[in-house]
Design a binder for this molecule. Structure first.
Ligand SMILES: CC(C)(COP(=O)(O)OP(=O)(O)OC[C@H]1O[C@@H](n2cnc3c(N)ncnc32)[C@H](O)[C@@H]1OP(=O)(O)O)[C@@H](O)C(=O)NCCC(=O)NCCS
Length: 446
């Protein structure tokens, strides 16, 4: 039986994950991992995590590599693997090994996704896996006089085919091989297939599982987030990363983000539960790459209603904010500004304008508990003050029970309900006894 502390811990943990569950539902994630991950004893755990993502409504495309499995087969035949500029040369014998390795690994993954034994994490789960000829390829050809033979490049992704399978709730499994209209098979790299698939599907996330953390070469510390511009600068700088292995991953992430994928994540697959930790905890455990900055402040949209409700629910329960129904929030959402961090709403505030009295009400100012003290509250206030000025408001007021000093320190003065606009006075809740504070808004001269 759980002790009361662990019960509380569990409930808190589950509630903390709920915004991420809402945020990820219905989104398309392409996840790639090397053949090393498949050979690892911890791989069944990763499969359970993928199954759970599928269960939570994530549209999931898995892309697996087969490099170590190909090398093992070549060794078995006494043949040395041949590479030129980091790219495998796939001759006839190597191609046989590629086909064998792709077939075997694919079957192993499908078998793991088919588990459903009682007492296992996948008990009662029925997952359909769709795999097939979704990737068209063309030969790399001859470069610098070297014929790469059956090593290929992605030519096209069968977007309709993959979307159809995802619409049915299937997990799509792609191998690092492709087929040409001439009926040939080509050996591809897993990250190339994953990047091309993520771009073609306009995926929300490209998740690249790596063999190690993406650490900064100068201080050895994990790089938590990068814009594509910052990532490109790192790629130009030799020694900026602790390992060369990360370079193709980072390049893939940059390319995907530049071509429309919302976010790319580099995650060390050796950490148990790595994908869950990255996707369902506040700051994750990997490196996030995005085209726009990780955190933005912007006017709210109807799609933000759920995120705002999740954010303010604990403050409403604590009596700090007045409860708002979903319907009311949907009606008022145009008055809101939000701070979005990696797809999550972590801050919000609203401005309601009373034209006749030339006054604005600052309402529903809230920051997620984990992000307080970073001047975000102040930035929301400044943003709405500027907006109020453009809407010709001359004074800004706020009704507050527990935060009056925060406002006093930012230029608000105590006032009374008589100073409120007529309509607001009528709806003032005397029982709540909120303090009224008003700030005059300076307008530029002239
Ligand atoms: C008030 C709030 C929006 C401030 O956001 P924030 O991003 O942390 O704000 P800033 O970083 O700009 O300011 C932080 C400062 O405000 C202080 N502060 C926070 N809450 C305060 C309160 N209720 N009363 C007085 N000061 C407060 C902090 O102690 C900190 O001061 P310090 O740096 O001197 O220690 C945030 O704390 C919050 O969401 N609170 C709960 C909701 C709320 O009270 N909303 C207002 C409803 S009217």
């Amino acid at each position: 039986m759980l002790s009361s502390t662990s019960t509380e811990g569990f409930v808190r943990w589950f509630r903390d994950s709920s915004p991420y569950i809402h945020a990820h539902r219905g989104k398309t994630f392409v996840v790639s991992f090397g053949g090393e991950a498949v050979a690892d004893s911890g791989f069944p755990n990763a499969i359970h995590d993928f199954a759970m993502l599928n269960g939570l409504g994530v549209r999931l495309v898995l892309v697996h590599g087969i490099r170590p499995q190909i090398d093992a087969r070549l060794r078995f035949h006494g043949i040395e693997a041949r590479y030129h500029q980091g790219l495998r040369i796939t001759d006839e014998t190597a191609l046989e090994c590629v086909k064998e390795a792709a077939g075997t690994v694919r079957v192993e993954i499908e078998a793991l996704l088919s588990q459903g034994l009682a007492n296992s994490p996948m008990s009662g789960v029925r997952i359909r896996v769709a795999s097939g000829n979704f990737v068209a390829a063309k030969p790399v050809g001859v470069r610098n006089g070297v014929d790469f033979q059956h090593t290929g490049e992605v030519r096209r992704i069968d977007v309709d085919g993959i979307r159809g399978a995802l619409d049915r709730g299937d997990i799509v499994l792609l191998s690092a091989i492709g087929y040409s209209p001439t009926g040939e098979v080509f050996n591809l790299s897993a990250e190339q297939v994953a990047t091309a698939a993520a771009i073609a599907l306009r995926a929300d996330k490209l998740v690249l599982l790596t063999e190690q953390d993406c650490n900064n070469g100068s201080d050895g510390k994990l790089i938590r987030q990068l814009t594509t511009g910052e990532a490109e600068a790192l790629l130009k700088d030799e020694g900026a990363l602790t390992s060369e292995e990360l370079i193709p991953h980072l390049k893939a992430a940059v390319r995907a983000c530049r071509e429309g994928v919302q976010r790319a994540h580099l995650i060390n697959r050796r950490i148990d539960g790595a994908v869950l930790l990255e996707l369902f905890t506040r700051d994750g455990i990997g490196t996030l790459i995005s085209r726009t900055p990780f955190e933005t402040m912007r006017p709210a949209q109807v799609q933000d209603v759920t995120g705002v409700l999740d954010l303010i629910a604990p403050l409403e329960q604590a009596g700090i904010l007045v409860p708002r129904s979903r319907e009311r929030l949907e009606t008022d959402i145009g008055d809101f500004v939000v701070i979005e961090r990696d797809g999550l709403i972590i801050g919000c505030a609203a401005l309601h304008v009373f034209k006749e009295e030339r006054m604005g009400e600052l309402a529903c100012l809230a920051l997620h508990n984990d992000y307080r003290g970073g001047k975000r509250g102040e930035r929301l206030l400044e943003y709405l003050e500027a907006k109020a000025r453009t809407l010709h408001a001359e004074r800004l007021f706020v009704l507050t029970t527990q935060t009056s000093h925060w406002f006093r320190e930012r230029g608000f003065e105590p006032a009374t309900t008589d100073d409120l606009p007529k309509a607001r006075r009528a709806s003032y809740n005397a029982q709540r006894g909120s303090k009224v504070l008003i700030k005059p808004l300076k307008h530029p001269q002239g």
